[in-house]
Design a protein around this ligand. Structure first.
Ligand SMILES: [Zn+2]
Length: 404
């Protein structure tokens, strides 16, 4: 096949030829003294992560993240008398600005276009589409290994930090194998008996208290929401002061699940996540940690805009703290942020002048089938671009996990 370049005249070909010869000569000339003292180029980042953090905003679609960006942008707009929209839009965009890589994940389950958090969690944790309400089992009901199990088999440390019960569907998908998410007693038994998770922080005390975790060198502690500021320090201090990783289960309070972010819980997820990172990194082989902003989903089920904004600000603060901690610890951590599904069919049809925020309009009290964004940062993050299935999030992480 002859390829013609009509814009190339004989003269331009000659000019290009000279430029090519000059460039080749310049590139192959010996290094000069000037070049030798030149600052070394920044160390090339390894594409192999040591640690893996999967952050799941349950029910968090693009509209939920965009509502958060609108909130930040309005705040900046109000504070900046020049009202320079370029700066306001550039500097106030929640997680979008911090993550260089983005993809889209399709969330349907094996038996329903609309997934629940059991099948959605299992797809992310274990890489197989399963039936709604199933936890860590495939369509045939067979147990399938999760990222936490695979990491544990590589002598890595494992953790989960959530704002729901530790036995709730999403966290359960990382350590339990049960046909129905409602079997919380059996799920708690899996947490106790299978011993997959080293550090677990969240709610669910009523389900966990029946198992003697203490005898297995695990601490069941209580973070009392009434004495929140002092007790919160116990999250930081409650994890071990020793040089080696302490297997720990911390329960938020004696209730089933922790309160809402704007009813006394704000800040817990951020501090608990960083505390878990610091504990897990004592294990020299690296760690896998799943963090869930569980109540974004609950706010969206209720179509409660104030509840959603409080939860998503709390989740965004958590992501920022996790990023900062990962950067301060040598930047050898892959951080992936995604959702198991969108909830509420949220849209932003305009601007609410009175309240200074985007108008939030809901189309359902249930989950929807709209794809959810995936944000990735750190070594290995490049593989998360594109449009793929929720099970591919598992596969991409699994590919990067060390092999024996
Ligand atoms: Zn839900």
């Amino acid at each position: 096949m002859i390829v013609r370049f009509p814009f190339l005249t004989k003269q331009s070909v000659r000019v290009i030829g000279v430029l090519v010869i000059f460039s080749v000569a310049w590139m192959s000339k010996p290094a000069t003294a000037l070049q030798l003292v030149k600052k070394p180029s920044p160390k090339k980042q390894s594409s192999q992560p040591k640690n893996f953090i999967l952050i799941i905003g349950d029910g968090t679609g693009l509209a939920q993240w965009s509502a958060l960006s609108a909130h930040y942008q309005y705040r900046a707009f109000a504070a900046d008398s020049t009202h320079n929209l370029d700066i306001i839009q550039r500097d106030n965009v929640s997680v979008f600005s911090s993550f260089p890589v983005m993809g889209l994940s399709q969330t349907f389950s094996a038996n329903n276009y609309i997934t629940d958090s059991g099948a959605g969690g299992t797809a992310l944790s274990s890489g197989q589409k399963t039936n709604n309400y199933a936890i860590g089992v495939n369509e045939k009901g067979e147990a399938i290994p999760s990222l936490a199990t695979i990491a544990k088999n590589q002598n890595m440390a494992t953790g989960i930090v959530v704002t729901c019960e530790l036995t709730h569907a999403t966290p359960a998908a990382f350590y339990a194998h049960q046909p129905k998410r409602s079997m919380m007693g059996d799920i708690a038994k899996d947490l106790y008996e299978l011993n997959t998770i080293d550090v677990a922080i969240g709610g669910g005390y009523p389900y966990l208290k029946t198992f003697p975790f203490e005898q297995h060198n695990l601490i069941v502690d209580e973070i009392n929401s009434k004495n929140y500021p002092t007790q919160l320090n116990n999250i930081d201090n409650g994890l071990s002061e020793s040089g080696s990783m302490q297997r720990t289960i911390l329960c938020y309070n004696k209730d089933t699940f922790p309160p809402k972010a704007h009813e006394g819980r704000a800040g817990y997820l951020e501090r608990a996540s960083v505390a878990a990172m610091r504990e897990l990194k004592k294990q020299p082989n690296g760690y896998f940690l799943m963090i869930e902003g569980s109540q974004v989903d609950w706010a969206c089920h209720e179509n409660d805009s104030a509840y959603l904004m409080a939860e998503i600000i709390d989740l965004d603060n958590t992501i920022k703290a996790v990023l900062a901690e990962a950067k301060a610890s040598g930047d050898e951590t892959l951080i992936v942020v995604t959702a198991d599904h969108e909830t509420g069919g949220l849209t932003l049809p305009g601007w609410d002048k009175k309240n200074g925020c985007a108008k939030l309009s809901w189309s359902t009290h249930q989950h929807t089938g709209i794809p959810v964004p995936v944000f990735a940062y750190g070594p290995g993050s490049q593989s998360f671009t594109g449009v793929y299935q929720n099970v591919d999030v598992f596969k991409k992480i699994q590919t990067l996990l060390p092999k024996k």
